[in-house]
Design a protein around this ligand. Structure first.
Ligand SMILES: Cc1ncc(COP(=O)(O)O)c(C=O)c1O
Length: 420
């Protein structure tokens, strides 16, 4: 049953899959970082394999696209696997962390001055650790600001502080909106200038603004407009506060194509527009540096989750391939991590990546819940127990964003390959 259009695999009676990242699409047998998938799986499945060459390519492309004044920060929540993080940290200018656990990992690989700590509800111990280390804290509330000042006073340290602004706009088209509404994230823009005056008056090492308006947008125009609005907001807040920001973190929001019909972002167009805006920026931002903060765009396409077929069974006229991992490791691929409508991630049989479809199958994990479905009624080559299935786009929000302890299956292994 060969298909007229091999990618996205789909057709009569099938549901389509998302686009396989270009580095892996078109291969006959799946190789990751120059090694065959079967070699990666030899020490046990399920396993996340991260191809560092793919990350390096993404970062190099972004650097070429962005104006030189823009630093690239990696939000380590996307993938904090230590060997992976060590590698990525060498390629980026800064790291953004969201907990003391992430802070410890970041401090092991990058100087404190290049690390920032955002996230609501930072506990005193977390503020203490960040201030002591000299990490920039992106303050999420006036209350947090006062606690940070008091802790710094007690420690006898000048804290490096920035304010996370809850912008009065959102990133249009983003999967996760973080602005333009009441929010646990950041401080409402109207209240920011008085807080900045308070911080500067208290003698802190004032670092500037963090403005993060959303995530997972594939809309180039929306990102361009949001970056322009972010620059304008930073300038307005700085003017109102009477203090220039040394750094403006413009947020991120760059999405990757997960589903059929999604189109990869034109980052060159985004970089060109940002270059024009920066060239014409208001005077108060004349001496500022700028950063963008990204997770999934940098690393998401570099990861492949390999899981092995344990069983094939028929029920009600449908064929199920039961594999040895699922939502316990790759929650997002099962549609249970923030998606409204469940759609299929790119997925393939590792020994026949672009193989012609022999049958319609659903690929399910071993958990006793109907939610544990990695692929729903897709066209697939004939697969047997022992075969390896590759779920793509597993480089971000995989292992640490999935309920690994649920039902007590072993955790997935994680490995890196493709290093320079
Ligand atoms: C403050 C902040 N920074 C960075 C990110 C990373 O987003 P993404 O992985 O979509 O680039 C998020 C996502 O939730 C975030 O909340």
């Amino acid at each position: 049953m060969p298909l007229s259009q091999p990618s996205p695999r789909g057709g009569e009676g099938f549901k389509p899959i998302g686009p396989i990242p270009p580095e892996f699409a078109g291969q006959a047998r799946l190789a990751i970082g120059g090694r065959d998938a079967t070699e990666w799986a030899a020490d046990g499945t399920p396993v996340f394999v991260y191809d560092m060459a793919v990350v390096a390519n993404r970062i190099a492309r972004l650097r070429a696209a962005l104006p030189a004044k823009i630093d690239i920060h990696y939000a380590i929540k996307a993938n904090p696997f230590v060997p992976f993080l060590q590698n990525v940290s060498e390629l980026v200018d800064g790291l953004d962390v969201a907990s003391s656990g992430e802070l410890t990992k970041a401090l092991a690989v990058k100087p404190a001055a290049t690390i920032s700590f955002a996230g609501p509800g930072k506990r005193d111990e977390e503020l203490d650790a960040a201030i002591s280390a000299g990490v920039t804290i992106n303050l999420e509330s006036e209350g947090e600001a006062e606690r940070a000042l008091a802790l710094a006073d007690r420690l006898g340290v000048t804290p490096r502080l920035a304010v996370r602004v809850n912008p009065d706009f959102e990133l249009r088209g983003s999967g996760m909106k973080m602005g333009g509404r009441a929010s646990p994230f950041g401080i409402d823009a109207v209240r920011v200038p008085s807080l900045v005056r308070r911080l500067v008056g208290a003698g802190v090492d004032w670092r500037g603004f963090h403005i993060f308006a959303g995530s997972q947008s594939l809309d180039v125009q929306a990102i361009i407009e949001t970056q322009a609005a972010t620059l304008a907001l930073a300038a307005r807040l700085a003017d109102d506060a009477g203090t220039a920001p040394p750094l403006v973190n413009l947020g991120g929001g760059f999405g990757i194509p997960y589903f059929a019909g999604d189109v990869a972002l034109d980052v060159e167009a985004i970089g060109a527009a940002l270059g024009e805006r920066l060239a014409a920026r208001p005077a108060i931002l004349g001496g500022s540096r700028f950063a963008i903060e990204l997770g999934r765009w940098l690393v998401g396409e570099a990861g492949v989750y390999l899981t092995r077929v344990v069983d094939r069974k028929e029920s009600g006229g449908e064929t199920f391939l039961v594999v040895d991992g699922g939502l316990n490791h790759q929650l997002a691929a099962t549609g249970n991590f923030g998606t409204v409508v469940r759609r299929n991630y790119p997925i393939a049989l590792a020994r026949d990546v672009m193989g012609s479809a022999a049958e319609t199958v659903s690929i399910v994990g071993p958990l006793c819940t109907p939610l544990d479905r990695l692929a729903d009624r897709i066209a697939f080559p004939r697969a047997e127990p022992g075969d390896l299935v590759a779920v793509f786009l597993a480089g971000a929000y995989g292992a640490t964003a999935s309920p690994a302890a649920f039902l007590g299956h072993p955790p997935a292994r994680e490995v890196i390959g493709g290093q320079a």
